[in-house]
Each structure stands twice: as structure tokens, then as C-alpha cells.
Design a protein around this ligand. Structure first.
Ligand SMILES: *[C@@H]1O[C@H](CO)[C@@H](O)[C@H](O)[C@H]1NC(C)=O
Ligand SMILES: *[C@@H]1O[C@H](CO)[C@@H](O)[C@H](O)[C@H]1NC(C)=O
Ligand SMILES: *[C@@H]1O[C@H](CO)[C@@H](O)[C@H](O)[C@H]1NC(C)=O
Length: 457
């Protein structure tokens, strides 16, 4: 039956000259509840590994630019976790063309496909609709290898994009995924130029866990979330990097568990640590730092009982329209609980990989939603500044405000015209979720390789 169906499609293709490329089969006719739009969407699977015994496939969602996709760059997006879905978070809750609302989808006015062709994929296998018939322990290195294979094969399906200007972006644990992937891409380019890599941007990324994790105490304290005395024990008796390193090794000391107990008690369960100023009910979708803030340690409850993205992506009609399957799982989850990832990899800094990429001439932007206490701006800013110093890059844009309209959108600094840092004012860990307009300004400047707007307009 399936075979006849395929045959029929081939025949139809050759007769009426509808798109007959490989990607044609992945074209989305219409997502249930979707408003009418003028751009194309594709989704489906790319096999990254296949033997007699096993099959590993990544699910992707590709959104072409709203206008003139042939002239626009290609942007790759990854969320973190490890184990969180880039399709569910990036694609349907941050900067994709639609957001879910009750019964269907509404247009996202600040969708990034106004500027670029956007590719979201679920990685590693075991996340979202991506699957592997063989369960194996993953880590940063293996994930990067799978991601590289995915991209090479995705370009075979979409050859018109293979030489396009390419930007890699992501947030949170993607501070590990992206530098590792970019490193493999530049290595691969040395043998044969395959990737037209033009820049990397990382939002609230984990780049060096000691600096990143230990900036949490001061952030919480300075926002009034924890008291002076708790701040003191959180910085002297047991700091967050020590606490987490004990936790990963299953050897949480009573000293550290006492400290985190105090921190949790004062924080309360009713503050979202991904945005300490936003009222609660950021959907569970946003709890993407599974490794950096495991539930067991943080003890924050999921305050949103209803999670519209989860409901939407679990609808059978939606899965059919997306060409998605559930393989080995009975439900699509925003954060995988079947992924077996080497959590100790979080302790290996990636900031030096960023340094090598900059030295190879690839522009890098690190940006921070400034209300996030999970990966606070202060840690990221220190790391970027330190890297610039180490690489001998002088300041080319001194620390200053930038504007979105007539309001300050945040602060920025640029080093050597190649390494940039920016904050997004009032933004969560997932910057485009709580500050879509400001995030779009950052996105546009990044693609153009321009500093953020200096004057208000
Ligand atoms: C965190 O604690 C560890 C272990 O006690 C210590 O070596 C390290 O210097 C501390 N880091 C910071 C930033 O306080
Ligand atoms: C999603 O969660 C359900 C139960 O909460 C579990 O049975 C299923 O295996 C999970 N799927 C993935 C991919 O994590
Ligand atoms: C950076 O600034 C220092 C001091 O002003 C100067 O000596 C050096 O040449 C500059 N480096 C670059 C790469 O411009």
C-alpha cells in the first residue's frame, strides 16, 4: 500500500511538475490549526546511522524565510538539556513562525524566519521524535559526530542550501553542542570545503561550568531572592559548582545538601529560576537545563499544568502533518527522560573551543537574557571578556547600551570586531520567549555582522 502510494506520488510529480526533489516528500501541506502563510515548511527524518541491527534517525523541522528564501541565510538552531527538543522549544515556543494557543497555532510576529531560513532538529537520538533502535550512552563528542552526519545528509536532501551562508545558534547546553559541532565542521572543511560557516551565536550558554555555575549565588542574592546569610554559605560553605559536581557523582554531602536546602527554601517554589522577575507559568517547556538545574536538586515544581506545545505535538493529526513517528516511546516530551548522557561532560569547558573558532575568523556572539539565574549574565560576560583578553582582542565597541525602538534593549561590547557580548534587558533564559522584539533586533544585527543599534529610533 505504502509502495503504491509512493509510486503514485512519483507519477504525479513527473506529470504536473510539482517539486520532485527528495525534500518534496517532507513538505508540510498545512499544520492543523495553522493560519495561512506564504512560505514553505518541511519536516521529517534524516537517518544518521543504519546497519542491519540498528537505525538512528534525527527529526527536523525546517522553515523557509517568509520572503525570498533564496537570498536569505540558513540558521541552525539547537536547544540544550541535554535532552531538550529544539523543535518544541526553539521552533514552537521561541522564534518559530507559530506559537500554540489552545486549539491551534497563531502567527508569531517576531518569527526569525522574517530574516532567515530556520532549521530546528532534535538531537541527540532519544530526544523528541528522534530515535535510535539501540540505546547507547551519549556525550558531547558523540553528539557532535551525529550532528555533523545529520547536516551533511540534510544538505543532500536540500542541495540548494548547501553553499548558503550558514549560522549556528543555540542556548543553554548548546554552549557545549555548538562549539563541538563547529569544530568538526571547520575540521571537515579543511579536507573539503563543505560548510559555509559565517558565525555562531549562543544564548545563556554553559561555557565554563565553574564560572557559569558560581555566578548564580550573587545573581540570586542581588535580586533579593536569597538573604545575606544564605549568600554567605552559598559562596563559602558550598558553592554551586561543588554542589553539582557532588551531585553528578551521586555523592551529595550533607554540607552541600544543607546549603541548597536553604537556597531552595528562600527562593520558594513560586519563582521561575529561568526568569526571576517574570510571573510564574512559563511552561514546563522552558525547564531545559536538566543537567545544570536538575529537578532533584532544585526542587522546583512544574507550575504549569497545561503545556500547550506538548499537547499540540502529541496530537495524532499534528504528528501526521509533520511526518513524525513515535518510535520506542509512547509520547513526545519536551525533555527526554530516555536519553543517557554523560553528565560529567558539563565540567569540560568549551570556552577554549570558542577561542579557536574566533582565531579561525568565525564571528561569535554570546548573549544573555538578563533575568536568568540559571546561567547568569555576569558569568558569561566575565568569560567573554577573559577570552578577548587571552586572544589579544581589543575592544572595538566599548560597553554601552543598545536600543530597540526608543528603549534600552540591553548592553553590548565588541572585541576585535569579531567577538561580541550582549545582554537582552528583561529577558529569560529563553530570550525570544519573554523579549521577542529585542531578541529579533539581536538576531538581525548578528546576521548582518553589525554592532547592536547605538541610537534610538
Ligand atoms: C567552589 O568550591 C570549590 C570547592 O570547595 C573551590 O575549589 C572553588 O574555588 C570554589 N569556587 C568559587 C568560585 O568560589
Ligand atoms: C516521555 O515521558 C513518558 C512518561 O512521562 C515516558 O513514558 C516516555 O518514554 C518519555 N519519552 C521520551 C522520549 O522521553
Ligand atoms: C591593542 O591595544 C594595544 C594597546 O593600545 C596595542 O598595543 C595593540 O597593538 C592593539 N592590538 C590590536 C590587535 O589592535
Amino acid at each position: 500500500m505504502a509502495k503504491t502510494h509512493l509510486m503514485l506520488l512519483f507519477l504525479l510529480c513527473s506529470f504536473i511538475k510539482i517539486e520532485c526533489s527528495l525534500s518534496g516528500f517532507d513538505k508540510i501541506t498545512k499544520l492543523p490549526g495553522q493560519p495561512k502563510v506564504g512560505f514553505q515548511q518541511y519536516s521529517g527524518y534524516i537517518i544518521v546511522d543504519k546497519t542491519n541491527m540498528k537505525e538512528k534517525a534525527f527529526f527536523y523541522y525546517f522553515v523557509e524565510a517568509e520572503r525570498d528564501p533564496a537570498s536569505k541565510p540558513l540558521v541552525l538552531w539547537l536547544n540544550g538539556g541535554p535532552g531538550c527538543s529544539s523543535v518544541g522549544i526553539g521552533g514552537f515556543s521561541e522564534h518559530g513562525p507559530f506559537r500554540t494557543n489552545g486549539n491551534g497555532l497563531v502567527k508569531n510576529k517576531c518569527s526569525w524566519n522574517s530574516e532567515a531560513n530556520m532549521l530546528y532538529w532534535e538531537s541527540p537520538a532519544g530526544v523528541g521524535f528522534s530515535y535510535s533502535s539501540e540505546k547507547s550512552k551519549m556525550n558531547d563528542e558523540l553528539t557532535a559526530r551525529d550532528n555533523l552526519v545529520f547536516l551533511k545528509r540534510w544538505f543532500m536532501k536540500f542541495p540548494q542550501y548547501s553553499q548558503r551562508e550558514l549560522f549556528l545558534m543555540g542556548e543553554s547546553y548548546a554552549g557545549h553542542y555548538i562549539p563541538h559541532l563547529a569544530q568538526l565542521m571547520t575540521q571537515s572543511n579543511k579536507k573539503q570545503r563543505v560548510f559555509n560557516l559565517k558565525g555562531i551565536a549562543l544564548g545563556n550558554p554553559v561555557l565554563d561550568y565553574v564560572t557559569d555555575f558560581n555566578s548564580r549565588a550573587e545573581f540570586l542574592w542581588s535580586h533579593g531572592v536569597i538573604s545575606d546569610s544564605t549568600y554567605n554559605i552559598f559562596t563559602s560553605v558550598c558553592n554551586y559548582s561543588r554542589l553539582m559536581s557532588e551531585f553528578y557523582r551521586d555523592s551529595l554531602s550533607s554540607t552541600c545538601s544543607g546549603v541548597i536546602g536553604e537556597v531552595n527554601k528562600e527562593t520558594s517554589r513560586f519563582v521561575d529560576i529561568y526568569d526571576v522577575t517574570l510571573d510564574i507559568c512559563i511552561a514546563s517547556v522552558f525547564a531545559q537545563s536538566k543537567v545544570i538545574s536538575p529537578q532533584q536538586v532544585i526542587n522546583n515544581i512544574d507550575v504549569c499544568l497545561e503545556d500547550e506545545t506538548v499537547n499540540y505535538l502529541n496530537r495524532k493529526d499534528v504528528q501526521k502533518a509533520l511526518h513524525a513517528r513515535l518510535v520506542g516511546v509512547d509520547k513526545w516530551n519536551v525533555t527526554s527522560n530516555i536519553l543517557d548522557y554523560d553528565h560529567l561532560d558539563v565540567e569540560k569547558p568549551t570556552i577554549s573551543l570558542i577561542g579557536s573558532l574566533v582565531m579561525e575568523g568565525i564571528p561569535v556572539l554570546v548573549f544573555s537574557g538578563d533575568q536568568d539565574s540559571v546561567i547568569p549574565l555576569t558569568g558569561s560576560r566575565t568569560l567573554v571578556h577573559g577570552l578577548a583578553k587571552q586572544l589579544g582582542l581589543n575592544t572595538t565597541v566599548p560597553y554601552r547600551v543598545w536600543f530597540q525602538g526608543q528603549q534600552v534593549g540591553g548592553w553590548t561590547q565588541v572585541y576585535g570586531n569579531i567577538l561580541s557580548y550582549a545582554t537582552i534587558r528583561g529577558a529569560a533564559h529563553e530570550t525570544p520567549f519573554s523579549q521577542p522584539e529585542r531578541s529579533l533586533v539581536v538576531f538581525k544585527s548578528f546576521l548582518k555582522g553589525m554592532p547592536l543599534p547605538e541610537k534610538f529610533s
